[in-house]
Design a protein around this ligand. Structure first.
Ligand SMILES: NC(=O)c1ccc[n+]([C@@H]2O[C@H](COP(=O)([O-])OP(=O)(O)OC[C@H]3O[C@@H](n4cnc5c(N)ncnc54)[C@H](O)[C@@H]3O)[C@@H](O)[C@H]2O)c1
Length: 332
């Protein structure tokens, strides 16, 4: 599908990932980008800088109300199904989280079928693998939820259902669907809803207050941190492609320890504070192992995508964005 001149809807348009996807679409010449969101989690303020572009339209709408999707999807070439509850919001309200992630996604696909939208890119997650196993994890690796916390397992299961709804609509109705399994996403417009990105933003706040950053455990826990611009580019490439019924990892393939993450943050912020190691508190946590190796061969061969922003650059972008936001607030 051609992006230049195309008409797209992004559900969850006020999200971290949705807002950057909108920017990427606009940069590629999209004619019309509708950001649909009910602001349950995101806010119109977070996307204020997108609104002046005449090609952008904000629609207050709920994926659980299919009539609101029928109206919004009229004339859309493709839809980015980004609205969803992450594990932390899921832990706070499982019934609503499951409804949004499962029923909401079924509504999106049904409204696409009804309105003739040709392609859907679905925001899935590497959570679909469950607690990471040893060795490389490819798109063939099965869900291992036995050691996952309940909210993380419910979140992962909701994404597995979402992926399979997409495969079903691809097979039965010929809608081109691609599920992208993002690892831990971080970057400008970072929120406090992503469990493993919290290590960045909460410690940013601590360092700004002159407090030592805190690391749960011994610092050897690892995550795969992928910058949101790389994720947005993968979304747009998946929309532009003819791939259908497939799931693809959107990962760096690099396991970063919490020690390395916090050392990078301290370096970028020019701080010589020393991290403080704390016993692991009672909180929702996911993927707490010391080994992680997500494979990205499939997306590289199918879409030609590979990440471009390394951790140091990505953290620098996030920190500079936070500083700009704080400067705006203090001068207002
Ligand atoms: N952030 C990550 O690390 C990450 C990793 C893997 C997958 N994902 C998936 O990517 C998607 C976006 O993640 P994010 O971090 O940008 O999310 P986010 O929390 O910033 O945004 C989710 C958006 O969905 C909206 N929303 C919630 N319920 C809605 C409803 N009923 N109707 C319309 N909009 C609704 C919220 O208001 C919010 O703006 C989610 O589906 C998430 O599961 C995110």
């Amino acid at each position: 599908m051609q992006i230049d001149g195309g008409r797209f809807v992004i559900t969850g348009g006020a999200s971290l990932i949705g807002s950057h996807t909108a920017e990427a679409l606009l940069a590629e010449g999209a004619a019309h980008v509708v950001l649909l969101d009910n602001y349950a989690l995101g806010s119109p303020e977070s996307i204020a800088d997108l609104i002046p572009d005449p090609r952008v339209k904000l629609v207050r709408g709920d994926v659980l109300r299919i009539n609101e999707l029928y109206d919004t999807f009229e004339g859309a070439d493709g839809v980015f199904a980004i609205a969803g509850f992450l594990t932390l919001p899921m832990a706070q309200d499982p019934l609503l989280g499951l409804a949004v992630n499962v029923q909401g996604h079924a509504n999106v696909l049904e409204a696409c079928r009804y309105r003739g939208a040709r392609r859907v890119v679905f925001a899935s997650s590497t959570a679909v693998y469950g607690e990471p196993s040893r060795g490389p994890m490819t798109e063939e690796t099965s869900f291992d939820w036995a050691r996952f916390q309940p909210a993380a397992a419910m979140y992962a299961a909701s994404k597995i259902v979402g992926e399979n709804l997409g495969r079903h609509y691809a097979g039965k109705y010929g809608i081109g669907t691609v599920s992208l399994r993002y690892a831990t996403v971080y970057g400008e417009r970072q929120h406090y809803r992503g469990i493993n990105a919290l290590y960045i933003v909460e410690n940013y706040d601590r360092i700004r207050r002159g407090e030592r950053p805190q690391i749960p455990g011994d610092g050897r826990e690892v995550h795969d941190y992928i910058h949101v611009k790389d994720v947005a580019r993968a979304n747009v490439m998946a929309m532009a492609s003819t791939v259908s019924g497939e799931s693809l990892n959107v990962v760096t393939g690099i396991a970063t320890t919490l020690d390395q993450l916090i050392a990078t943050l301290l370096r970028v912020m020019g701080s010589n504070l020393q991290p403080e190691y704390r016993p692991v508190p009672e909180m929702t946590r996911v993927s707490v192992g010391t080994e992680l190796a997500f494979g990205r061969d499939k997306i590289q061969s199918v879409l030609g995508w590979e990440p471009r922003i390394d951790l140091e650059q990505g953290i620098r972008r996030l920190v500079e964005w936070r500083e700009r936001e704080e400067a705006k607030r203090t001068s207002a």
